[in-house]
Design a protein around this ligand. Structure first.
Ligand SMILES: [Zn+2]
Length: 130
């Protein structure tokens, strides 16, 4: 492990982009296995090479910039996934409405009948059945 630590000194290491590439690589391996796409191995190998290249790269700034670009795209996607997971988890106790004025998503408890909702963002009032 001491050798590895010395080897990795001054090198970039792992980041969310690399993790995503690895997950994509593993997913492609599975898909290629199921569909029998031997040619896919070229892409998988290229993907894994890219992963190792980024991990052991000494050009930390360039790798950091790549990851930032990826995160700019990934952050809203992951937020949406997390939001959908949360809404699914409490679908029995809460309703979700979109504010007709500003489109803000509002969470209200379920089973209260017709209620007046005030948007906390733009203070528009509207009523909905829950
Ligand atoms: Zn609003």
């Amino acid at each position: 492990m001491d050798f590895f630590r010395r080897f990795m000194a001054g090198r970039y290491g792992s980041d969310p982009l690399n993790n995503a590439l690895l997950i994509l690589g593993i997913a492609l391996i599975i898909v290629a296995r199921i569909l029998g796409w031997a040619w896919m191995n070229v892409f998988i190998l290229a993907l894994l090479c890219l992963c190792y290249f980024r991990m052991f790269s000494r050009n930390i700034q360039a790798r950091y910039a790549e990851n930032e670009k990826f995160m700019r795209w990934w952050r809203p996607v992951s937020n949406r996934i997390r939001g959908a997971q949360g809404r699914f988890a409490d679908r029995k106790t809460h309703c979700y409405f979109k504010c007709p004025e500003c489109g803000q998503r509002l969470r209200v408890p379920k089973g209260k009948g017709k209620i007046m909702i005030t948007c906390p963002h733009c203070h528009t009032k509207f009523d909905r059945k829950t």
